[in-house]
Design a protein. Structure first.
Length: 140
């Protein structure tokens, strides 16, 4: 009987662990899930929602070109997480992509680490799609 109780407890704990499993996405996957509707799958500002917006959607492949060859990593993180307001992204309380990049007060170290990793992965991906040549601009 003790063996069955121990086995049942183990299965219950294992089931709980599976139910709370955290899904992780790569930076590119998060871009496709959360940004491509406006910025387009290639980041050029040509997503399906872009044409109905009143503000032109920037070409994210030209961030470095617009910043004199420097990739403004910290600025991008602040724009994505809402500390630097971009009206089209919504407010911190109601961001267009939900709460993927939100750290609620008192959320704890795990949540803070998770959001930081997600932001860093997304910005890492944005850095990989930067164009090298300065040819014609697409978007602001």
């Amino acid at each position: 009987m003790l063996y069955r109780t121990a086995l049942a407890s183990l299965l219950l704990v294992a089931g709980t662990a599976c139910a709370t499993e955290v899904i992780t996405y790569t930076g590119q996957e998060n871009f496709e899930r959360l940004c491509a509707a406006c910025h387009g799958v290639n980041g050029q500002g040509d997503g399906p929602v872009a044409e109905v917006l009143t503000t032109p959607v920037p070409d994210l492949t030209r961030i470095t070109a617009r910043n004199d060859g420097l990739f403004p990593r910290d600025e991008l993180i602040r724009q994505i997480d809402g500390r630097d307001k971009i009206n089209a992204h919504g407010s911190q309380q109601m961001p267009v992509w939900g709460y993927e990049f939100w750290i609620d007060a008192g959320a704890g170290a795990f949540s803070e680490r998770r959001v930081t990793e997600t932001l860093n992965d997304l910005v890492d991906y944005l850095e990989t799609i930067q164009v090298q040549a300065l040819g014609p601009r697409s978007g602001p």
